[in-house]
Write a protein that binds this ligand. Structure first.
Ligand code: CO
Length: 164
């Protein structure tokens, strides 16, 4: 495994729409392993293709719950319910946090690294991470959705410093 560079704000790749993944080969497996390692090393809970410079519809997520390490290829939100405003950050915007309204619960359909389709349901932080990462695949950044950016003094808990 190897660490990849995380693309930071200002790079135009972050606002482009990604293409679907079509090849489920060893190169994809290596990429997913690298992305997971990169995300963990950066203390993030999610990382999407464009954040490592690839305009492909894939992301990795690990919010530290019982779902563990998630890999989503060509993910699509199929259901959303409720809404919740909470603190959100992004590995491409180091140190920036803001309040974003997201669905409280989502259902997502995606493929795994071998191309099989699966469904996952997420609530709270996992729902937020799923929405945040899938937004990345359409070039949508959390800063365009914040209701209010937070001052560093407003961040008290570890939970508030979640970057995706
Ligand atoms: Co992000």
């Amino acid at each position: 495994m190897a660490l990849r560079n995380i693309v930071k704000t200002g790079d135009p790749i972050l606002t482009k729409v990604c293409r679907p993944v079509e090849k489920f080969d060893n190169k994809l497996a290596i990429l997913l392993d690298d992305m997971y390692e990169t995300m963990v090393k950066a203390n993030g809970v999610g990382l999407a293709g464009p954040q490592v410079g690839l305009l492909r519809r894939l992301c990795v997520i690990d919010v530290g719950d019982e779902n563990g390490r998630l890999e989503l290829i060509n993910p699509v939100i199929t259901e959303m319910n409720g809404s919740e405003e909470d603190v959100e950050g992004c590995l491409s915007f180091p140190g920036d946090f803001g309040l974003v309204e997201r669905p409280q619960k989502v259902k997502v359909s995606a493929q795994n690294r071998t191309g099989e389709t699966f469904e996952i349901e997420g609530e709270g932080l996992l729902a937020r991470a799923l929405c945040h990462e899938i937004d990345h695949l359409d070039g949508i950044l959390f800063v365009t959705k914040v209701t209010r950016m937070l001052d560093p003094s407003e961040l008290e808990t570890n939970e508030a410093e979640v970057e995706e």
